[in-house]
Every structure is written in C-alpha cells, then in structure tokens.
Design a protein around this ligand. Structure first.
Ligand SMILES: Cc1ncc(COP(=O)(O)O)c(C=O)c1O
Length: 447
C-alpha cells in the first residue's frame, strides 16, 4: 500500500502491489492514503526489484509539489462539502479569461496560413516573423534594440528557464536564487546537475538581501535567477536593488574572471498595480537574459507559450543564442507550439484584466490586515504573502483547513514562517471567505 514515501500527486484508480510475480489488485484505496496524480488506471508497485527511477526524480517525489497537493486536497474537500464552501487559494491559475482578441487571432491563423506552414516544423527558435514581432513590440515599449535574432520562442517560462539552464550549467555549477522563490527552480537546476544556492530573505520588505547575495557568489556561480514581480511575495524589486545587484555581479565577474548570467524570470511582468513602472531588466546588467511567458499576462497557461530574450550586450551573444536553440531541441521541446506562436504575435499589446486582480488585492489585503494578520502589500502578480501567527506555518495551514481555507506554506518557497494566498479567484469567493478568515484570526488571538 502507499506509504509516506509515496508521491502526493497520484489520483484515484486501480492499484496493484507486489511486483511482477505477486500482484494484488486494489480497486479502491483509502482516500487519506490515496496518491493524488496517478490518473485512473493500473499501477504495479515494485517489491522485488531495485527502484529504477532516477535519484533526481525520487528526491522530487518526496516533496512533490506541495501546491498541487493542496489543490488536490481542495478538490477532495469540495467533493465532500460542496465547491461553494471551499476557499481554495492554493494555485496560481489565472482567474480571468484570455482577451477576446486571442481567440480571434487563433481563428485568423487557421484561416490565413497555409496548413504546411502553420503546423510544420520550423527553426528551433520559432517563426522568424513572430520573433520579429516580439522584438519590435519590446523596442517600442522599452526602448530596446532587438531584432528577431535576439528572441527564441519557448514552451512557457518553465521551458525558457530550462533551456537557458541547460545551455549554461555543468554538474556542480551553482545557481543563486533569492528566497522566497518559485519552488520549481530547484528541480530545474537539478535537471542539469546544478546546485541551487539560496540567498536568505529580508523580512523587512522582501527585497533581495544584497549583503547575503554578495557572500553567496563563488567561483562556481554561473547564474542568478530573479523573479519580479515576485511569486510568492508580490514584491517588485526596486531600481535601486537592481542597480546594486548589477554592480555586485559586474564586480564578481571581474574577481572570478568569468561571466555570471542574470536570468530574469518574468511571467508577471505586465501584472503590476498602482501604476508601478514596468522595467525591462536588461538595462541594469549587461549579462541579463529574460524568460517571459504569456501564461499569466494573456491567461494562457495551458497553451505553453513564452520567449527568451538574449540581448546583443550578453557576452558571446551569438553563441549563447545557438546554445539555447540547441538546448530547446535537445530537451525535446523542439520548438514552441506553432499555432499559438502565430496567435500571440497578434496580441502583443493585449493584456489580462489587471483591474480584476487589483480589486481582489485591495479587498484581501485590506480585510486581512484589519483582522490583525501581517501582510506584505502586493505591488504585482496575484499573491498575498502573510506572516504566520505561529513560528511553524504548517500549524497555521492546518488550522485554516478547519474553516476550509487552503493556502500554501512558505517552506514550499524556501521561506518558512509565512504563507502564500493566491487571490486569482473571483471577488465573490474572497468576500465569502472573510468570515472564515475572521474565525482563524480569533483562534490565533489576533485583532
Ligand atoms: C515565478 C514563476 N516562474 C515560472 C512559472 C512557470 O510559468 P509557465 O506556465 O509559463 O511555464 C511560474 C508559474 O506559475 C511562476 O510563478
């Protein structure tokens, strides 16, 4: 039967235990032990033979996506008490539909392009006309000077980050990330035998702690990943932070005599509030590569579309571009999905309904603060970062479940003592959840 070692993301279905020689069939498993992501079907649990899964994946299975596990828990809760009574703030899934122009652009692409062109293989970097459209759009908005060579279309931000890391990372190389950070970075870096080095969080304002950063850069540091607006804190890194970070990196490049690449992971670039300026971060440091995604900005996470930018200022930019292009092929992405490439090229000035998220932000941040919770006011993205009223935030997460509130523990982002509440849900859902949050506040002696 499944043990604690078992991945949390398996689903219901038949389950067979005992290895090849001695298979027992289980048609139903007890739900509390049930692995969550194994779609219904038959499964044989090995007993006699050595575990053949890689160490990398075996390790990942032990901590397999806390966020997905919560999401699945929410579904189970909803099945028991009704979806209307569950306040699930666990997943960063956009809550607004894709702009109407996206659907139109998909239809137009089907109607306009020759089938062989629209569905055929292409350069591993994507369609030149689409890359050119992205470059022109960035130049117009940010005063940059790109052409299609500088752009590689990718399978979302996740695909973009992985191909960049594959291009640079040899086993043992170090990649720095600032806690709290998107938990998947660890797996991405491990894919290439790299070591993720964490910079401690600065709980005063969750800007990067640059003193700690400087100490963490070593001879083996190849790359640094940043994400602003940030998941999970909603903080935007200030110009001052970025200038100082650029200066530290330039100094360390001199000291160690090799390049250190700054990888800017930007799925939330367009999702900013209060008129915060949207920066294109290549201006702060010459060796900056950008990974962008349309997952949140156009509400298209399932379409798997984004791009990487390698500016000419990057050292050996031509080689870096070729390396990333080869990585795209070698990792099996080959090229970004063709139809949606053509569609997003028509929608580069479109964006999701930021006002929708802004309204949610004001409501949730305002009300939770009034109740006595300590919250970081989000400047961008759609997450609220809240200090746990008790040191072990797991206790807080469990207590919230009593009121059918689901949010994610900070440890999933390498920052215990906090939780992340994803407010990419409807306004009404947040309104309805407030009495439950009120009870939680009382339980923890807040107000
Ligand atoms: C910070 C961050 N980076 C990368 C990703 C992955 O984005 P995509 O769906 O475009 O691969 C996410 C998704 O939530 C994210 O929050």
């Amino acid at each position: 039967m499944p043990s604690d070692e078992m991945p949390v993301s398996l689903a219901s279905g038949r389950y067979i235990e005992g290895g090849r020689q001695n298979a027992k069939h289980f048609l139903k498993m007890p739900s509390d032990k049930m692995p969550v992501s194994f779609a219904s079907g038959r499964c044989i649990k090995r007993e006699r033979f050595k575990q053949m899964l890689s160490k990398n994946i075996t390790d990942a299975m032990k901590t397999n996506s806390v966020i997905r596990a919560m999401f699945n828990e929410g579904k189970e809760m909803a099945a028991k008490i009704g979806a209307g009574n569950v306040y699930d703030f666990s997943l960063g899934n956009p809550a607004t539909p894709a702009p109407a122009k996206v659907n139109q652009a998909i239809k137009d692409a089907v109607d306009t392009f020759d089938s062989m062109e629209l569905h055929g293989y292409m350069s591993n970097s994507g369609y030149p006309d689409v890359r050119g459209a992205v470059a022109d759009n960035l130049n117009r908005r940010f005063g940059t000077d790109f052409d299609f060579h500088n752009i590689i279309m990718t399978v979302g931000a996740a695909g973009g980050l992985n191909i960049i890391l594959k291009a640079f990372i040899d086993p043992g190389d170090e990649v720095i990330a600032f806690a709290p950070y998107f938990g998947e970075y660890k797996g991405y870096v491990a894919n290439f035998g790299g070591k993720l080095v964490e910079v401690a969080p600065d709980p005063r304002n969750f800007q990067p702690d640059l003193d700690d950063f400087e100490k963490k850069i070593t001879e083996r540091t190849k790359a640094v990943i940043i994400n602003t607006p940030n998941n999970p804190t909603g903080v935007i890194y200030s110009d001052e932070t970025m200038e100082s970070m650029g200066a530290i990196l330039s100094k360390k490049e001199e000291e160690y005599g090799h390049e250190i690449y700054l990888i800017s992971d930007e799925p939330y670039r367009e999702l900013v509030y209060d008129g915060a300026p949207v920066r294109f971060l290549t201006r702060f440091y010459h060796n900056t590569l950008v990974g962008y995604s349309f997952s949140k900005s156009l509400s298209l996470p399932g379409e798997r579309i984004g791009y990487v930018v390698v500016p000419n200022e990057v050292t050996d930019a031509e080689d870096v571009l070729t390396g990333i292009e080869i990585a795209n092929r070698q990792l099996g992405f080959v090229n970004a999905p063709s139809l949606i490439q053509k569609a997003v090229a028509q929608c580069l000035d479109e964006k999701t309904d930021v006002a929708y998220y802004d309204k949610n932000r004001e409501l949730l941040y305002g009300k939770l603060s009034e109740m006595g919770f300590t919250c970081i006011r989000p400047q961008g993205a759609f997450y609220l970062w809240v200090k746990s009223p008790v040191p072990n935030e797991e206790e807080f997460v469990q207590a919230a479940k009593k009121y059918h509130i689901l949010f994610v523990k900070g440890s999933a982002f390498a920052c215990p003592g906090y939780v992340r509440i994803a407010y990419c849900v409807s306004y009404e859902r947040i309104e309805k959840s407030l009495p439950a949050f009120e009870k939680l506040a009382v339980d923890f002696g807040l107000n």
